[in-house]
Design a protein around this ligand. Sequence first.
Ligand code: PNS
Length: 162
Amino acid sequence: MTKIIYPGSFDPLTFGHIDIIERSLRLFENVVVAIITNPSKQPLFTVEERRDMLEEIARKRFPKVEVDVFHGLLVDYAKRKHAQAIVRGIRAVADYEYEFQMALMNRRLAPQIETVFMMPAEHYSYLSSRLVKEIAELGGSVRGLVPDNVEKRLRKRLRASS
Ligand code: PNS
């Protein structure tokens, strides 16, 4: 049984992430979505909030997916979970350099763990959590970019901070 880790900040989850989860499930028996607890960037949502949002979606749409959190090195986490691979979404050429560097560094740290890249649907190729936050903060609509539960939380969070 191949187990694959889909790691990320998920701050917040978007339809682009969901697209990658769906594609991973077509190829791998066990998919673990792993939220990093200590990203270098200051997240908008706490790790508990990010986990809640992902679990709400997983319960409804992907009951077989495990949602987890991790800290420290990704390859150490993957080893602890007995995963064989890591999946990352690549949207555009701009993502490639960073992802390539990270994949090769992870390979150096743990040669037995493969990185698999997947492309989301074209209509999500310009979608990112960063832009979603920026649009929401500036009062724009994020409908169709994030699931309803995420949209609601974004509205609540931004109301609270304004
Ligand atoms: O969603 P993101 O922010 O692009 O995800 C980046 C993530 C979490 C995959 C990356 O920052 C990561 O793997 N962090 C864990 C620390 C680590 O292993 N660093 C060495 C990478 S070569």
